[in-house]
Design a protein around this ligand. Sequence first.
Ligand code: GUN
Length: 292
Amino acid sequence: MQLLDGKFVAEKLKLEIAEEAASVLAVSGRKPHLVAILVGHDGGSETYVASKMKNCEKVGFKSSLVRYEETVTEAELLNKIDEINQDPGVDGLIVQLPLPKHIDPEKVTEKIDYRKDVDGFHPVNLGRMMRNLPCFIPATPYGILLMLEEYKIETAGKHCVVVGRSNIVGSPMSILLARNAYPGNCTVTLTHSRTANLSEMVRSADIIVAAIGRKNFITADMVKDGAVIIDVGINREVSESTRSGYKLYGDVDFDHVAPKASWITPVPGGVGLMTIVGLLRNTLASAKKEIY
Ligand code: GUN
């Protein structure tokens, strides 16, 4: 078993991003600029957004955080998005999900100018992705592709089983791995909570992408010898033994699955760190006008 080391790859790719950001600054006199909107005080969202902002600073981007209380109206939020869309000093805009129930996430997603949609959630970007056209790719699937590429994992002709059909990870991941590209050219099965014979299905996989959001959901009996395991799970549990007060668990029962795997991502230290790299790459591409 070998580790797909997200920390190592992310640090390496962030150095490259920092170099490119420095040349953007030298040429245009400005840093790539990411704006994040955070509504409310969800613990997970607070952590993710703080990490996104911190990593922007690390690679020499400008980052701005716009905060709203949970009581913000949908109209107020949409107005703010409009304002940021029109600000030529902003390259990327993300609205951290989930949003409070009274705000429609579809309206918010569609309001963001697709040319600044560095999360890759806008229908224009998703449509272009389907057609293999230049677009912003959702950050987590993008980070996974970068990781597979870094370790030169063979994907062509492999059977990839994606577990979980979310808009953010599972659905785009399944499309990307089936594309005529590297990494890609997989035969993909997209599974979810209503899939019959899920264990059998997963057992037939050469590559497993676990994005179901349930601690230790993928157990050793569901994994074929030599499979490549990508664990997207970030399941937080209260723990008194850690500094943050939380302990993170993946969707994969790492201790029992790892001995059967050829390659596996740890949690933490795997996909989560690569998600940030995907977001930074999209923001840089936007600043360099590489896509639109
Ligand atoms: N919530 C969980 N993951 C994400 C993400 O990648 N982007 C945004 N905006 N919200 C999220």
